[in-house]
Design a protein around this ligand. Structure first.
Ligand SMILES: [Zn+2]
Length: 165
């Protein structure tokens, strides 16, 4: 099963690496609306995390954060590659329930990466193009704002517990 997931994933990467076909320059903010078409199950996300976990390289150092950091506003995300997402547009709305110890902020490094709970259940999985280090990205769209965050996908923090379990 793991081997199949890897193959599917690499094919997806190849297709996704095509850039620059548009004759109009792509404005910076619009790069963030990239939509994943590759659905990842929680277990696949954990497999990616285990396989690719490592320290940052110079390319992905700006994104290094053990908790959810705001996406650095002055840094392009060109160094990162979209692998897939836990939730795709059109899917049923995932739970807004959170899973973290009392008193722990949901954006802090102490919050587990609980893939079946908010906000991880709406995340995209990205990897550094240079070294493969995996990241989670989460974007919240409000009426007048976009909250873009990124977090290292540390397998040691992943929690596969499900709501109601
Ligand atoms: Zn890297």
């Amino acid at each position: 099963m793991g081997a199949i997931a890897v193959l599917r994933w690499q094919q997806y990467l190849q297709g996704h690496a095509v850039r620059g076909y548009c004759i109009h320059p792509i404005s910076f903010p619009s790069r963030f609306v990239m939509t994943a078409s590759n659905r990842l199950q929680a277990q696949e996300v954990l497999d990616i995390a285990r396989r690719q976990w490592r320290g940052t390289c110079t390319a992905c150092a700006p994104f290094a954060s053990s908790g959810w950091n705001s996406f650095p506003g002055t840094v392009s995300d060109e160094a990162l590659q979209l692998l897939g997402a836990l939730w795709l547009p059109g899917d049923a709305e995932p739970t807004l329930e959170e899973h973290r110890p009392p008193g722990v902020d949901q954006w802090s490094a102490e919050a587990p990466i609980a893939l079946h709970f908010h906000p991880c259940n709406r995340c995209q999985v990205w990897a550094c193009k240079a070294c493969g280090k995996p990241f989670l990205r989460y974007t919240e769209y409000g009426g007048y704002y976009e909250d873009r965050r990124i977090r290292e996908l540390d397998p040691g923090r992943v929690d596969l517990g499900e709501p109601g379990a």
